[in-house]
Design a protein around this ligand. Structure first.
Ligand code: ADP
Ligand code: MG
Length: 729
């Protein structure tokens, strides 16, 4: 057996669960201990400084330099109680994951003595020399400066011995280089637009908050096995590997009991999350072997997203302690389910109303219906933009693979609510509503909560499902930054609500009563968006045909899907709602195309290397053994006997020879395709070339290798196999 694989398996055999210690028996003793939250602000800040921060958080009022100094000093004093030595601005560039640059609290005073200091200036703004973050051309190297600026709405926290300050990341010219900046803009836009619509019903609504509850799926692989797989190490997924005789067909992993090594990892992860005020709540096995899920209680979108970023980071660190490696890739293993990250999204008023939650009154339910109908319109009009927000090299293996939402966008409302909407549309006649119709309508609407309680439908195949008090966007990939989809959903919702309000206001200005106008626009919207509603099996072939008939789009070509950011409708949303300016949008598209291109390029190189330098030599060794065996047979047996006895080996030798030649040829062609693609000067053309001319080779090469894996002696196969990778005890 190859040394790497042998030692990895040996290590695996000796693994024992790593014990976990809880800081205290009571969660409330340590929950949020590592967060500079309001309680600690009160304790560590002078009264006026405390008020200044709260005013900034709640009303967006900036504070002056003097206050900033006081806040920084208080924050540092709190951090010192944990022996913290460094601080960092913590931001989310357009790569995967977060970035940080640590600086010590060390400074010299006037006398040249070392002191520990943290000034307001350092708290509020930093200038990381970060010219190598993806920027899509926003930043020329001659003005490579980027700025990070404190996002007061997300509290500072401590990881290890470092104080982390959540920040936005912008260029010298003020343009966004991160996920947080446009996210905050999208949240402000939906707040304003939704508040305006709410005011038509409830005048005292002042703000609307968007909530996010993410569900993070991931795989765990033993670190020793992981290290013996160059494809996993470099690309995050296996580029080859024959399926295990048993994987998920018995459905015995989903919600099954969790192996104790894994439980201990989860426990420690939860403790660390809780210290950081991340309200993680749910843990369970997922459908595939070695696949798991973690979900918190929902929070404000911006905070929830910071928390998801932090969790992904914590997972990786803590897994190492338990001799696991976390795979956040959307499709680490062929043939078993991939990983997604469901985004549960809702809108809530400052008066405590969940706008996607039906109430007991007809009036309340008009508000509910208004928002639900606007979600329908939003998704209907922005299918392409929503898809653009979640496509990536990794997620492309998952979408439409009959295990994850298809590349077609649709909404599942549940049969009852869907019928109810049709009913409502019917009752809302074009002419003035008769009092009878109004009554029927009100009665219908007031029945919503009862109907929803009965409604236990849980369509798992829908990419955008109504789940009783929220919508669940299921197409996002497990490694993605939730902000990517949250920017788009909230901006598109803002845009939709603004259009909705505008239509009503126009009718009112022409002399129609507001109630009448509302009914009219609702009715038209229900009818116009009908095609986006789908209650059936989103994985089925019939749906593909049906969706095409309905005129819904289905794009699985990654660069094509990314380019939809530039469609007129997408531009109306993103530029119209001031989420991006022209330059920022162009750059975003550029960055997405580049990420896709580079990922495929790397995968293709790794596959080429493994094929030529690991697999083919192994195949040749085995072939030689067979040849030797044949020579022995020929020596001992008569030519007639040899003919018969050696037949299968001769066949196998031929077959191995054929596959070796095929693999060599395909790798050569793939390399050439890469060279052609690399010579393209425009990023779009390059990405198209990678999708259309490089990607197809990967499957073809893999197919030969996976068959060789079945044919060649297990003893000499160089890479840990699926059955070893996927079944950790
Ligand atoms: P599932 O059955 O889809 O696995 P979970 O119970 O795991 O559902 O919850 C999914 C996520 O939805 C959790 O993070 C939960 O807090 C969140 N959630 C619940 N209600 C809302 C809401 N009103 N808005 C946003 N997220 C919500
Ligand atoms: Mg869910």
């Amino acid at each position: 057996m190859s040394k790497m694989r042998f030692f990895a398996l040996q290590e695996l055999a000796n693994r024992r669960p790593v014990p976990v210690e809880y800081p205290s028996e009571r969660l409330s003793d340590y929950y949020g201990a590592h967060v500079f939250d309001r309680k600690k602000m009160q304790e560590f800040l002078p009264r006026e400084a405390y008020k200044a921060v709260i005013n900034a958080i709640e009303n967006g009022i900036p504070f002056n330099r003097e206050m900033a100094d006081m806040i920084a000093n208080g924050m540092k004093n709190w951090a010192k109680t944990f022996n913290v030595t460094h601080y960092t601005h913590w931001f989310q560039p357009l790569t995967e994951g977060t970035a940080e640059k640590h600086d010590g609290f060390i400074e010299f005073d006037e006398d040249g003595d070392v002191i520990e200091r943290f000034s307001g200036k350092l708290l509020i703004q930093q200038e990381p020399d970060a010219s190598s973050f993806p920027n899509g051309g926003i930043r020329n190297t001659f003005e490579a400066r980027g700025y990070t600026a404190w996002d007061v709405s997300s509290p500072a926290f401590i990881v290890d011995k470092t104080l982390c300050i959540p920040t936005i990341f912008i260029s010298y010219t003020g343009e966004a280089l991160d996920y947080k900046t446009p996210l905050l803009k999208a949240l402000a836009a939906v707040d304003k637009a939704a508040t305006d619509v709410c005011k038509m019903f409830i005048p005292d609504v002042k703000r609307v908050y968007a909530n996010l509850g993410w569900e993070q799926e991931y795989f765990l692989v033993d670190t020793a096995l992981y290290n013996a797989r160059p494809d996993l190490c470099i690309t995050g997924r296996t580029l080859m590997g024959h399926s295990s005789p048993k994987d998920q067909q018995l459905d015995d992993h989903y919600f099954g009991s969790i192996p104790s090594r894994v439980t201990n990892f989860m426990k420690e992860l939860e403790v660390e999350c809780h210290k950081l005020g991340i309200p993680v709540k749910t843990r369970h096995n997922e459908a595939a072997p070695n696949q798991f899920e973690l979900a918190p209680i929902f929070e404000d979108v911006n905070l929830a997203n910071d928390h998801n970023q932090l969790v992904m980071d914590l997972m990786k660190r803590i897994a190492t302690k338990h001799n696991f490696t976390v795979l956040l890739h959307e499709k680490p293993f062929k043939g078993v389910n991939g990983s997604g990250k469901h985004n549960n999204w809702s809108l809530c008023t400052d008066t405590g109303i969940n706008l996607f939650s039906p109430t007991k009154t007809a009036e309340g339910n008009m508000l509910f219906l208004t928002f639900v109908v606007n979600v329908l319109m939003m998704v209907y009009k922005n299918q392409d933009l929503l898809r653009a927000s979640i496509v990536s090299a990794g997620n492309s293996h998952r979408l439409g693979a009959a295990e994850a939402p298809p590349a077609i966008l649709s909404i599942f409302l549940g049969g009852h609510l869907s019928n109810m909407l049709d009913e409502v549309a019917k009752n809302l006649g074009d002419a003035k509503l008769t009092s009878e119709k109004k009554k029927a309508l009100q009665l219908g609407i007031s029945r919503i909560p009862a109907i929803l309680l009965d409604n236990t439908d849980r369509n798992r195949t829908s990419p955008f499902a109504f789940t009783g008090n929220r919508f669940e966007f299921r197409a996002a990939g497990s490694s993605a930054n939730c902000a990517a989809s949250m920017i788009v959903i909230n901006a598109a919702m803002a845009h939709q609500l603004n259009e909705f309000k505008f239509s009503i206001d126009s009718l009112v200005s022409q002399g129609m009563e507001q109630e009448e106008a509302l009914y009219k626009v609702l009715k038209e919207s229900i009818i116009a968006s009908k095609n986006i509603r789908f209650e059936g099996d989103g994985y089925s072939e019939e749906w593909k045909e049906e969706a095409m008939k309905r005129g819904l789009t289905n794009v699985s070509h990654v660069p094509d899907a990314i380019m939809r950011f530039n469609d007129p409708q997408s531009r109306d949303v993103l530029i119209g709602e001031n989420i991006f300016n022209e330059n920022e949008l162009t750059c975003r598209i550029e960055v997405e195309l580049e990420k896709f291109t580079k990922k495929v390029q790397i995968e293709s190189r790794v596959l080429g290397d493994l094929a030529i330098n690991h697999i083919i030599p192994t195949a040749v060794i085995y072939q030689n053994r067979l040849l030797e065996n044949l020579r022995g047979l020929r020596e001992i047996f008569s030519p007639e006997e040899y003919e018969v006895l050696g037949a299968d080996r001769r066949e196998l030798i031929k077959e191995i020879q054929m596959r070796v030649l095929e693999i060599k040829q395909l790798v050569r062609e793939m390399t050439e395709a890469r060279h052609v693609a690399n010579r393209k000067t425009s990023q779009v053309e390059k990405a198209y070339c990678y999708e259309e001319t490089v990607c197809p080779y990967m499957e073809k090469i893999r197919e030969h290798i996976d068959i060789l894996e079945l044919e060649i002696d297990d003893e000499i196969w160089p890479l840990p196999k699926y059955r070893e990778l996927l079944f950790t005890k």
